[in-house]
Design a protein around this ligand. Structure first.
Ligand code: UGA
Length: 431
C-alpha cells in the first residue's frame, strides 16, 4: 500500500454519515461509490443535488465528482470495491435497543464481492456487533475479508470539517492488516489514529456520546439550582469550563439535547447495560434530566401567562440545533406537542426545517420570519440558537407582541437588554 494509498470504497447508506464519509474519502483521493436503496435520494445525488443540508458537503461532492458516484445497484457498488463501509442508520427498536436490520441487510449483501479486503462498520452499534458481523461474513464465504469498527464522531453542521480534522480516528480491528488498511484510508486526515480491539472501539462511540450528554444534563441541573439560588449559570459554566481538566465544551444550559444521536445512543447504551443485568444509574438520570428540561420550560411559561389555554406561542427554531435541517428528536417537537395539549396556538419559524405534515406540526402554522411568527403572540420561545435571531429587531417585536414574554431556551439573548425593551425575559438558569 505504502506509496499508493488510493482504494476503491463502497459506502452503504447515503444519509448524513454515509454522504460525508463518501465525499471525504473521495477528497482524500479514493474512488468511492455510495449506494442507497432510496431511488429519490440517488436520483437527486446523481443530478448534483444534496438531499440534506450540511455546510460544505455540496461543494465537496461537486469537487470530487470524478471519484465519487451514487447508485441503487448493489453490483455496481461492489464492482472492484476493496473496502465496504457500512453507514446505514440504526434507529431505536421497540425495546430501545438499536435496530440493526439495515446493517444485516448490507452485510448479507456482500457475499460474492470478489475484491473485498475489509468490511468496516461506521454505523453506531451495540458492543459485540462486530463479532456477529464477523460470523455472518464467515458464513457468506468472506472468511478472508477483514473486519473493523470505525465509529464516527462528526457533529452535524460541522461534519465535513470534523471528518477531515478529527480529534481522533478510532479503529477497532482484530488483526493488524485490516487496522493498517483503515488507518491508511485516512491518510491526509489531520488527527491521530487510535487502534484497539473491536469491542473497545464500539464502546468508545457510545461512551463519548453518553459523556457529552452527561455534561449537558449536569449543567442543566446546575441551571435549575441557579434559578432557585439566584446564581447565573452562564457565569458558572464559563468559569467551571476554564479548568482545563473540565473544559469549556458542552456546558451550555438550555432546553436539552436532541438530534439523531444523543437520544438514540444514550437509550441504546442504557438498554445494552440492562441486557447484561446492569443498571446504568448515572446515564438514566442524564436522560431523565433531559426529558424534564422541556417540560419545565412549558410549566414556567404557563406560570408566567397564568394559563396556556388560548395563548398564542411562537417557537423560534425547530431543528435540534442550528446549521442543520435535521428534526430528529428535536426538543421543538415535545414543546409543540405540550403547548397544543395545553390548548395553546403554536406559530413556528425556522430557516431550514421541513417538519412535514405529521402532528404536532399539522396543527401549527409556519411563518417566513421570526418577526411574523411573534406578531400578536403572547409568548415566544427561543428553541434553536439560529444566528438570525440575534439580528431580529427586538424593539419592534416587543411592540408587536400581544404580551412580550420571552423564554430564551438557549440563553442566546442579553437578559438586561431584553428587559430594557419591555420583555418579560426568562432564560435557563439565569436570574
Ligand atoms: C453528536 C456528537 O457531538 C458527535 O460527536 C457525534 O458524532 C454525533 O452526535 C453522532 O453520534 O453522530 P450532533 O448530534 O450532530 O453530534 O450534535 P451536537 O452538536 O453534539 O448537539 C447535540 C445536542 O446537544 C443538540 O440538541 C444541542 O443543542 C445540545 N447541546 C449541545 C446543548 O444543549 N448544550 C451544549 O452545550 C451542547
Amino acid at each position: 500500500m505504502g506509496d499508493k494509498p488510493e482504494r476503491r470504497v463502497a459506502v452503504f447508506g447515503a444519509g448524513y454519515i454515509g454522504l460525508v464519509t463518501g465525499a471525504c474519502f473521495a477528497e482524500l483521493g479514493h474512488r468511492v461509490v455510495v449506494r442507497d436503496i432510496d431511488p429519490e435520494k440517488v436520483r437527486l445525488l446523481r443530478a448534483g443535488d444534496v438531499p440534506i443540508y450540511e455546510p460544505g458537503l455540496g461543494d465537496l461532492i461537486a469537487r470530487n465528482k470524478e471519484r465519487l458516484s451514487f447508485t441503487l445497484d448493489l453490483e455496481e457498488a461492489l464492482d472492484g470495491a476493496e473496502v465496504a463501509y457500512v453507514c446505514v442508520d440504526t434507529p431505536p427498536s421497540a425495546s430501545g435497543d438499536a435496530d440493526l436490520s439495515r446493517v444485516w441487510s448490507v452485510v448479507r449483501s456482500l457475499a460474492g464481492a470478489k475484491d473485498l479486503k475489509a468490511v468496516v462498520v461506521k454505523s453506531t452499534v451495540p458492543v459485540g456487533t462486530g463479532s456477529r458481523v464477523r460470523a455472518v461474513l464467515d458464513e457468506s464465504g468472506l472468511g478472508h475479508v477483514g473486519y473493523a469498527s470505525n465509529p464516527e464522531f462528526t457533529a452535524e453542521g460541522t461534519a465535513v470539517h470534523d471528518f477531515l480534522h478529527p480529534d481522533r480516528v478510532v479503529v477497532g480491528a482484530s488483526d493488524e492488516t485490516v487496522a493498517r488498511l483503515v488507518a491508511d484510508l485516512h491518510r491526509g486526515v489531520e488527527g491521530p489514529v487510535v487502534t484497539m480491539d473491536v469491542r473497545s472501539a464500539e464502546m468508545v462511540k457510545l461512551a463519548s456520546n453518553a459523556l457529552l450528554a452527561t455534561k449537558i444534563s449536569f449543567i442543566n441541573e446546575i441551571a435549575t439550582l441557579c434559578e432557585k439560588t439566584g446564581a447565573d449559570v452562564t457565569e458558572v459554566a464559563h468559569a467551571v469550563g476554564l479548568d482545563h481538566r473540565l473544559g469549556p465544551h458542552f456546558l451550555r444550559a438550555g432546553i436539552g439535547w436532541g438530534g439523531s444521536c444523543f437520544p438514540k445512543d444514550s437509550e441504546a447504551l442504557r438498554q445494552l447495560a440492562s441486557n447484561t443485568g446492569y443498571h446504568l444509574q448515572l446515564l438514566s438520570a442524564v436522560i431523565d434530566v433531559n426529558n424534564l428540561q422541556k417540560r419545565r420550560a412549558i410549566q414556567q411559561l404557563n406560570d408566567e401567562l397564568g394559563t396556556l389555554a388560548g395563548a398564542r406561542v411562537a417557537l423560534l427554531g425547530l431543528t435540534f440545533k442550528p446549521g442543520t435541517d435535521d428534526m430528529r428528536e428535536a426538543p421543538s417537537t415535545v414543546l409543540a406537542s405540550r403547548l397544543l395539549a395545553e390548548g395553546a396556538e403554536v406559530r413556528c419559524w425556522d430557516p431550514m426545517a421541513r417538519p412535514g405534515a405529521a402532528e404536532p406540526w399539522a396543527s401549527t402554522t409556519r411563518h417566513p420570519t421570526p418577526e411574523l411568527a411573534m406578531a400578536g403572540a403572547d409568548a415566544a420561545i427561543v428553541v434553536t440558537e439560529w444566528p438570525q435571531l440575534k439580528e431580529v429587531d427586538w424593539a419592534a417585536v416587543a411592540g408587536a407582541m400581544r404580551r412580550p414574554v420571552l423564554y430564551d431556551g438557549r440563553n442566546l439573548l442579553d437578559p438586561a437588554a431584553m428587559r430594557a425593551l419591555g420583555f418579560t425575559y426568562m432564560g435557563v438558569g439565569r436570574p
